[in-house]
Design a binder for this molecule. Sequence first.
Ligand code: ASP
Length: 343
Amino acid sequence: MTVNQPNILLVYTGGTIGMIKDPETGALKSFDFKNLLERIPELKLLDCNIETISFDDPIDSSNMNPKYWVQIAEIIEEEYHNFDGFVVLHGSDTMSYSASALSFMFENLAKPIIFTGSQLPIGDLRTDAKENLITSIQMATLQRAGKPVIREVGLYFEYKLYRGNRTTKINAEHFEAFESLNYPHLAESGVHLNVEYDDLFKPNTRKKLVVHKQFETNILLVKLFPGISETILKPLFNSAAVKGIVLETYGAGNTTTEAWFIDLLKQTIKRDIPIINVTQCSGGSVLMGQYETSTQLKSIGVISGKDITTEAALAKLMFMLGENVSIKTFKTIFETSLRGEMS
Ligand code: ASP
């Protein structure tokens, strides 16, 4: 490594960015990471030292799960003191979930962890992979007074750096695949890299890094729709295996007021199963009590997800249950922003 140049670790987990077309079926599949670097000689022009590490078997991110989150986190934890920043190459399909999960895993993070990927493979003529990868690395190298500028888990895609746990994949075709509807972007790439310093997460750097690795996956995500039935919901909510529920509600956190539904929620909460209210809308916040159709939810102890994304709510629920947060403090802690995931 050259001294005085930032050192960046690239972690390749899989995704379209490093895929090739199977000549027989035409389907995209992962290929060897070494080829990825051969395809971007421009990386050598960057003012930093880049080292790479790859999953032995790169995955399509539809196969992502908490075991892989721990694998990514352990790679970064092990190399934390050897590098100034980390760029994680990841499929876009579940990137927002992973970026959210990693944000909760890394408490007191003082260096950048930037997720990126692409809509077209790196070998494609019109690929978006090169810009995403090169600028993510540049974002990770940004320093001020010898310290990294970005000290949180970010997600870079199509000219914008977002807070990872605020993002959602909104488009399966456009290069602009992600949005952060409830929080401004952290930086933008144009002729210059423009950083929104006031919007960056400010960690407590006097505290030591703690990496959390336990996730409870026995949880439910229920999206409300007109006509949702008691016959289907009751056995799901009453399952002894369920440890927590995220409820995707209408508008500002509203639900049907039918007695069977409210009663089912009430009985579930009485069994110490936390229920989180997040909105189905892409933007905006839950505000229980604003309408009559959410007043009862508030009084029976449903937890407000405020303006959190569904992806971040699921990751936070799995993380907090994994950490065995007591039921007495669960609501207060969930309703508190831990990594800038809610306003
Ligand atoms: N299916 C791919 C994945 O998420 C899509 C992508 O990489 O953008 O792994």
